[in-house]
Design a protein around this ligand. Structure first.
Ligand code: ATP
Ligand code: MG
Length: 604
């Protein structure tokens, strides 16, 4: 069924977390909860627009609370560069987002029109996202560090009608491409300060004049709400579309996978330019009525520890790349910070190395709970739940309401679909393509302008994710690699994640990226690019030591034959290692779409 030899999964276990976890219902009865779960019941936990006028994300996230006892509760708490904070209560957020919707309406921007942002994590961004939902328009956040070309590409593809940005970003990134975007009618400057640039409008002035329009435009569950571009890890980013009904999944997954409760202080480190920063940096936590901490600055080790401690963060949702950076900086940096408020840590975006799970336990006092999802799935699909033992290195088990399976692959590595039916992997520890049964609320409804590509994602009654995984006999899923990243060497199928995680167990290795390079005898051989921890210098001796270390643990067939030292693994701006770029550079091939490449910069 699958080419290559299968190896059993290494499966250490961390006992379930301390009693501070509050997850109801107790997922320790996993099968029971799964059996009784119904999406339509989760839907009933939300109110729907008053007067049975449909379902709107912004109403569930903001106005529902603003109309009740949580009106005065801090909704968003922004941490400025100097550490000072500014907050918006649920009532204030309802008012501001209502005004933003009214500004759009007065400009003649309506249902389905696309509103883009090119903003840092400022209040205007959050107001624009939710205000756009209230006007039945469609929001598309862009990462503020994009250059002019990625901005142009996406505005063009998404037919952006409105862009919200700042003066500096406008001058640097929008003015040079303005003429090429005829659909773009309105550019709103968040910081015009009474003096907008030619061809732009002053957002603050418009908001001040706008009536606090509380009448949310009626939206139906299937109305499009969000356009999100994927990270571009495997190629040109795709524009995934999401609808208002997604909020049902944001609600349920916020409860099950993140343990969100109204009294929580919650920090999601992802930028809303990526789907995590929207689904779980804005929608899910606000739907649960929590206080959301937003850091306006970029990752800085000491600053992050300070925020966790000083803001009394209770739930923290971050990414492997950030955790690896904290690990690299050394445990001493955490010392002296009181992290006692913290009760749950989760991670997403890339495979989470077992090292990082254990490090969390040792240094932060809590293990890290990995979970898996994609831009396309709109919400968390597989997770290590708070109420269950964590298996470090595993993505966890499917959420209630989610059916996941592994589709066997044929000799060419394609999913095995015969007569419209998929052949599923049933034995434990055997690799297949991770697939999900369509029908959950936050599932994408299309790739913008790429109907055929969207259709190709579905076969035999399943949505095919493009990721390869294994499942153990307790139903935990283990990430192997992207379909394109898996290495075939002397009859073995090797997932880069397994090799990278093993390398990280070496005392000198901070981070590793692994690729296959063509070899006349083996087909491919494994090559590793390794970043060292502070205090270690590259040397021939160390190279041999690392190779020897990996051989001992993985065996000669799987361990890297070649190791290069590097100080800057190429990554996407959402923090994913760009293995395709490592490979293209290694083989002297064209580098492909690099619009999401993070430019190398000083690391703390
Ligand atoms: P593109 O689709 O443009 O190549 P991308 O797949 O990186 O980019 P995202 O939707 O941001 O874009 O990322 C989803 C992917 O990230 C998943 O398909 C998976 O490969 C990886 N991923 C996310 N979370 C995890 C996790 N917990 N473990 C392993 N891989 C993960
Ligand atoms: Mg993808």
């Amino acid at each position: 069924m699958t080419a290559g030899t299968e190896r059993p999964i290494r499966r250490p276990v961390i006992p379930k977390g301390p009693a501070t976890y509050r997850m109801p219902p107790n997922l320790a009865d996993y099968e029971g909860v799964r059996k009784s779960f119904r999406w339509d019941e989760a839907r009933r936990a939300l109110s729907g627009l008053p007067g049975s006028r449909g379902l709107n994300i912004a109403y569930e996230a903001v106005d529902r609370h603003a109309a009740g006892s949580r009106a005065g509760r801090e909704a968003l708490r922004f941490i400025r560069a100097d550490g000072s904070t500014r907050s918006l209560s649920y009532a204030e957020l309802a008012l501001q987002t209502g005004r933003f919707a009214a500004v759009l309406r007065d400009l003649g921007v309506g249902r389905g029109d696309r509103v883009f942002s090119l903003l840092g994590r400022s209040p205007e961004l959050y107001v624009a996202v939710l205000g756009t939902f209230k006007n039945a328009s469609v929001f598309c956040p862009l990462f503020s560090a994009f250059g002019p070309e990625p901005v142009r590409q996406r505005l063009h593809l998404g037919a952006g009608r409105v862009l919200v940005t700042t003066r500096a970003l406008y001058r640097k990134k929008v003015a040079p491409i303005r003429d090429t975007l005829p659909d773009l009618r309105f550019i709103l400057l968040a910081d015009a300060d009474g003096n907008p640039e030619p061809d732009t409008l002053d957002l603050a002035a418009l908001l001040a004049q706008a009536p606090p329009d509380q009448d949310i435009v009626a939206t139906q569950p299937e109305d499009m709400a969000l356009l999100h571009f994927t990270s571009g890890t495997t190629g040109t980013p795709k524009g995934a579309t999401h609808v208002h009904e997604a909020v049902v999944a944001h609600y349920a997954t916020g409860l099950y996978a993140l343990d969100l409760h109204p009294e929580d202080i919650y920090w999601c480190t992802a930028d809303p330019g990526w789907v995590t920063g929207t689904s779980y940096g804005i929608i899910a936590p606000l739907v649960h009525g929590v206080t959301v901490v937003v850091d306006e600055e970029e990752l800085d080790v000491d600053r992050w520890y300070r925020i966790l401690a000083e803001q009394h963060v209770t739930i923290w949702y971050t990414a492997p790349t950030a955790l690896r950076m904290l690990m690299k900086a050394g445990a001493e940096r955490a010392a002296g910070h009181d992290l006692s408020a913290l009760r749950f840590i989760a991670s997403v975006g890339e495979p989470l190395n077992p090292e990082a799970v254990v490090w969390g336990q040792d240094v932060l006092g809590l293990p890290v709970h990995d979970n898996w999802w994609q831009t396309e799935t709109g919400g968390i699909m597989i997770a290590n739940f708070a109420s269950m033992p964590i298996r470090p290195g595993s993505m966890g088990r499917p959420l209630p309401g989610i059916e996941a399976a592994l589709v066997a692959r044929d000799g060419q590595g394609k999913p095995l679909i015969e007569n419209g039916a998929a052949t599923l992997v049933t034995e434990p520890d055997v690799m297949g393509e991770l697939a999900l049964r369509p029908g959950w609320p936050s599932m994408f409804r299309g790739y913008l302008n790429e109907e055929e590509r969207y259709r190709r994602c579905f076969a035999g009654g399943w949505y095919l994710t493009g990721d390869l995984a294994k499942r153990d006999d307790d139903g935990y899923f283990w990430f192997v690699g992207r379909g394109d990243d898996v290495i075939k060497s002397s009859g073995h199928l090797i997932g880069p994640f397994e090799v990278e995680s093993c390398l990280m167990e070496h005392r000198s290795v901070a981070e590793a990226g692994v690729i296959g390079i063509p070899d006349p005898v083996a087909g491919e051989v494994v090559k590793a690019f390794v970043e060292l921890r502070p205090g270690h210098e590259p040397s021939e001796e160390l190279r041999l030591e690392i190779i020897g270390f990996a051989r001992k643990r993985l065996g000669a067939a799987i361990a890297p034959r070649l190791v290069d030292f590097t100080t800057n693994l190429p990554k996407t701006r959402s923090g994913k290692i760009l293995r395709r770029l490592l490979k293209a550079r290694e083989l002297g091939l064209p580098e492909g779409d690099l619009s999401t490449l993070e430019q190398a910069g000083p690391r703390p």
